[in-house]
Design a binder for this molecule. Structure first.
Ligand SMILES: Cc1cc2nc3c(=O)[nH]c(=O)nc-3n(C[C@H](O)[C@H](O)[C@H](O)COP(=O)(O)O)c2cc1C
Length: 359
């Protein structure tokens, strides 16, 4: 049986274990260009023994950032800076990954420690968000997005493909498309955010079209030997959200056009959710269901914090990879400590030689 410290291969990529760093926005870029902060933040987790380090939601265009401090991949200058980070992660024995995103109607917001909700329209750093329909998210995100024209849709899809080419140029080997948390890809799929009456709205076929076309545009430029993943908001925990069966069908369709692994997550299309079963590893049953019903590999996050818990989730085959976010901020050496707790005789080998001879 597989376990937390067994290797895992997909296409031409092999992970040294099953412990991965989930993407986490750092709001610390300059004009979308990652800084030394990103090198140290991501690099430290590769040093700590993670098998895959996924860089944060990185916008495919300036308007696709959540905040002015979010990273982007819309020019070769961005790719060059990311190249140093990807190279460092790989040099530590981890696989460098990146999440490509467009924030859609949740764009033009404050960094969390600078304020709540949208930047005021008078702020020189603010911009006009776009979305499937002219409906704001709500709560503190009050700014009304412009409903996208078909030309806007084609432009954003081409931006995703161009950003994927730059991710390749930078040396990333694992690409994740962010179709969750109420950002653009997810909002097209959600009946809460998408009220369109053209071929990009309405029925399942219409609401799934943006995600399927965008995915296909990226797969066409992303090499066969490298992994393409999607983080999909499986459910909104909201009565008007799409039924989970539709999400599973979307995963099935994505798989048929080249999806390698699914990262099931939350919808995030409404501030009015209820009944989210927060608690230890609460998304694992959904990952398990998608794996079984679609026959696809899964990587899952949400409240996976303990080595024994992660070990049993992997051993029981409920998911193939665990994605850790907050636990990895708390302890960049989480994989090393997990190996120790799980009694692995080779636990020191989780760290690089600079550290493992002395601690
Ligand atoms: C600081 C922070 C930033 C995050 N940024 C992103 C992001 O860029 N993209 C994304 O898909 N999820 C993001 N998330 C969600 C995490 O990837 C993860 O799914 C979530 O925190 C649950 O995992 P955890 O319980 O291990 O923290 C972020 C979470 C945190 C704490």
């Amino acid at each position: 049986m597989s376990s937390l410290f067994s290797p895992f291969s997909l296409r031409g990529v092999t992970l040294r274990n099953r412990i991965c760093v989930s993407p986490m926005c750092q709001y610390s870029a300059q004009d979308g260009i990652p800084t030394d902060w990103h090198l140290v933040h991501l690099g430290a987790r590769a040093i700590g023994g993670a098998a895959l380090v996924i860089a944060e939601a990185t916008a495919v265009s300036p308007e696709g950032r959540i905040t002015p401090g979010c990273t982007g991949l819309w020019s070769s200058a961005h790719a060059e800076k990311f190249g140093r980070i990807a190279h460092f992660i790989k040099a530590q024995g981890a696989v460098p990954g990146i999440q490509l995103a467009h924030a859609g109607r949740k764009a033009s917001a404050h960094a969390p420690w600078r304020g709540q909700g949208n930047l005021p329209e008078s702020d020189p750093n603010a911009w006009q968000p776009i979305g499937p329909s002219a409906i704001p998210f709500g709560a503190a995100l009050t700014r009304v997005p412009s409903a996208m024209t078909k030309a806007d849709i084609a432009r954003v899809q081409s931006d995703f493909a161009s950003a994927a080419r730059r991710a390749l140029e930078a040396g990333f080997e694992w690409l994740e498309l962010h179709f969750a948390h109420g950002y653009l890809g997810q909002s097209f799929f959600s009946p809460i955010a998408n009220h369109r009456d053209d071929q990009y709205g309405g029925s399942f076929e219409g609401r799934a079209r943006f995600a399927l076309e965008t995915f296909a545009a990226v797969r066409a430029v992303w090499p066969e030997r490298l992994v393409l993943s999607v983080r999909l908001g499986m459910t909104d925990f909201h009565p008007e959200g799409q039924p989970i069966e539709e999400s599973i069908e979307l995963v099935r369709r994505l798989k048929s056009i080249g999806l390698d692994i699914i990262d099931p997550s939350l919808g995030g299309n409404s501030p009015d959710v209820s009944g989210v079963p927060y608690g230890p590893a609460f998304m694992v049953p959904i990952a398990d269901r998608v794996k079984r019903e679609v026959g696809i590999a899964a990587a899952v996050s949400w409240q996976i914090t303990e080595p024994q818990q992660a070990e049993s989730i992997i051993r029981d085959g409920q998911t193939d990879l665990v994605l850790l976010a907050r636990a990895m901020l708390d302890d960049p050496h989480w994989p090393f400590h997990a190996a120790k707790v799980l009694g692995r005789p080779d636990y020191r080998a989780v760290l690089p030689p600079q550290y493992h001879r002395v601690i």
